[in-house]
Design a protein around this ligand. Structure first.
Ligand SMILES: C[S@@+](CC[C@H](N)C(=O)[O-])C[C@H]1O[C@@H](n2cnc3c(N)ncnc32)[C@H](O)[C@@H]1O
Length: 348
């Protein structure tokens, strides 16, 4: 923000003020405020003219937009910097061609935030048999803390590292935030969630116009048949494996599910991204012989072990929640003994 001499002093000060609001929004995780200011600055100033001295502001906005999941906006600005060699050439008449939009517009954000007091809970709202009001309407927490949930879903989308527009199937889509982020960034998403999902989830997916199929994933039962296959199957904070119940999936149940994805759902270069829940019965981690079994039991934990992927910001011992398997991995792991023979000793 030091060198903004190409703009007049008043405009420079205006932009500085907006940027300091964006910065404090970034620091407090107020992701929608962050987006609002980024789009507002781009539309109000850069759509008219971009000056050489705007470089530090544009660089910060690119970082902010990546943090809030507006990758497509960030890439528009990155292209401007590339075409002008960081605003050192081709500056004549330089401006943004199109208006920039927030991934989650304010009207939708406000509707989602009001769901926690507008939607009447019913028996499906209580997803755990645990004492306490908190569990009467378990998913209302998504509405009360929309910012955190948005950021989590941005991180999940980021884990996929998609290089081209992809067809994604999101299983157990919840509010549909992941779908909204991926769609905003140019991907095609279809979702699955249960017919008797919590009413707040149903309302949220309507607000976000998520393309959702009502279907309950069950043991040893194939998924829906789709007209076209998918490049990615994504599921985060997985419940469909009976995670907090006495009916937790065992290894054969997972193999059935994965082979169905392999045979019927995935494109040849497709992959599966599974983010498991760490807590199980009574929403507590399962610990056996001092080892925390993130997947609930040892054979399932060992099966997925070769495919654990790092979630940045988590300690190594905690990085046993995200598994990414290509279609070939699924075939090898389920139809051969390759992965059974592998040794996992940390000494090696
Ligand atoms: C913890 S929420 C996760 C939501 C979302 N994926 C996220 O990470 O924000 C679990 C979701 O899975 C859905 N679900 C639970 N059991 C399911 C099943 N057997 N088949 C399909 N969806 C299921 C729930 O309705 C809910 O939307």
């Amino acid at each position: 923000m030091k060198n903004m001499k190409d703009r007049d002093e008043r405009t420079t000060n205006e932009i500085k003020t907006h940027m300091s609001k964006a910065k404090s929004a970034e620091q407090t995780g107020s992701v929608f405020t962050l987006d609002e200011y980024c789009c507002f600055i781009c539309n109000s100033y850069f759509k008219k003219k971009i000056y050489q001295s705007d470089l530090p502001v544009i660089e910060d906005i690119i970082k902010f937009q990546q943090r809030s999941g507006a990758y497509i906006n960030a890439s528009i600005l990155e292209k401007v910097l590339q075409a002008t060699k960081n605003l050192t050439k081709n500056l004549d008449g330089l401006h943004l061609e199109n208006e920039m939009y927030q991934p989650l517009p304010d009207d939708l954000k406000n509707k989602l935030r009001s769901l926690n007091y507008k939607v009447k809970p019913n028996k499906d709202s209580r997803v755990h048999e645990l004492e306490g009001d908190y569990f009467d309407d378990f998913y209302a927490k998504y509405s009360r803390d929309l910012d955190t949930n948005w950021i989590r879903n941005v991180q999940r989308f980021n884990e996929l590292r998609l290089k081209k527009p992809s067809r994604i199937l999101d299983i157990g889509c919840g509010f549909g935030l992941f779908s909204k982020i991926a769609t905003f960034n140019g991907h095609t998403v279809e979702c699955i969630d249960m017919k008797d999902a919590s009413p707040i989830l149903k309302e949220a997916t309507k607000i976000l116009k998520v393309k959702k199929h009502e279907f309950t994933v069950k043991k040893n039962t194939p998924l829906l048949k789709f007209k076209k296959k998918f490049d990615v199957v994504h599921a985060s904070q997985i419940f469909f494996n009976g995670h907090a119940s006495k009916n937790l999936w065992d290894l054969d149940d997972w193999k059935y599910f994965l082979l169905d994805l392999h045979d019927n759902i995935l494109n040849d270069d497709g992959f599966v991204c599974l983010l498991f829940n760490r807590e199980h019965i009574n929403l507590k981690p399962i610990i056996v012989d001092g080892e925390e079994l993130f997947l609930g039991n040892k054979p399932v934990q060992d099966f997925f072990k070769p495919f654990f992927s790092t979630i940045h910001g988590l300690a190594r011992l905690e990085n046993k929640m995200l598994s990414i398997l290509t279609k070939k991995n699924i075939n090898d792991a389920c139809r051969s003994t390759i992965f059974k023979k592998r040794s996992y000793s940390l000494d090696i």
